[in-house]
Write a protein that binds this ligand. Structure first.
Ligand code: GRF
Length: 189
């Protein structure tokens, strides 16, 4: 299956998806990576020879124009699946409506608990003893889509946001690769 990955950050999830392509009989190919800013993670795509694009909100007159530009950029790559891997913006109607059920997102908490941009920090502040990562289908809400997979991570008494997030990211990227593999086998073009 043809996959487009959207990122905003360091791209460790993207790197895991790229690395897994070299494993035998990988059922997907990353055909493009799009960021909403000059994300350092774009370097992973560049060194793998995967085309990249940056679609900045600030380069567009308003949010609707940015939504439309992002949808066009994705459509040009004609993917079967769009993977949000640390993409820190909501997906607007143009892209969502073009690809119902074909956009997935990864989140560093056990949804429906602790949605939003600070899932790790919020879980830690609440005092949960177990957190983890979720892969969901993207819908118009904030981290409200159907849950496709989850993995748990124990919280340690001395955890900081950074230490907990690092351990979550280890299981998160393994899970994301598994889900993308599974979906790629079942999605018809
Ligand atoms: C991931 O934990 C993602 O769920 C969260 O931000 C992190 C992105 O990491 N929203 P990376 O850019 O893939 O390294």
């Amino acid at each position: 299956a043809r996959i487009v990955v959207l990122i905003s950050g360091t791209g460790s999830n993207l790197a895991a998806l790229l690395a897994a392509q070299h494993e035998q009989e990988c059922p997907y190919e990353i055909v493009g990576v799009i960021a909403d800013r000059a994300a350092s993670g774009l370097a992973h795509a560049q060194s793998a020879g995967v085309p990249t694009a940056v679609v900045r909100l600030g380069d567009h007159p308003d949010r609707a124009a940015w939504d439309a530009a992002l949808a066009r950029e994705v459509a040009a790559l004609s993917p079967e699946l769009v993977v949000l891997a640390g993409f820190m913006k909501l997906i607007g109607p143009p892209l969502l409506e073009a690809r119902p059920g074909r956009i997935i997102n990864t989140h560093p908490a056990l949804l429906p608990s602790f949605p939003g941009a600070h899932g790790v920090r919020d879980a830690l502040a609440y005092g949960v003893k177990v957190s983890g990562a979720s892969v969901i289908e993207v819908d118009p809400g904030v981290d409200t889509g159907r849950i496709l997979a989850q993995r748990a991570v124990d919280v340690r008494p001395d955890d900081t946001e950074e230490s907990l997030h690092e351990r979550i990211k280890v299981v998160e990227r393994e899970m994301l690769v598994d889900v993308v593999r599974d979906l790629s086998r079942t999605l018809a073009p």
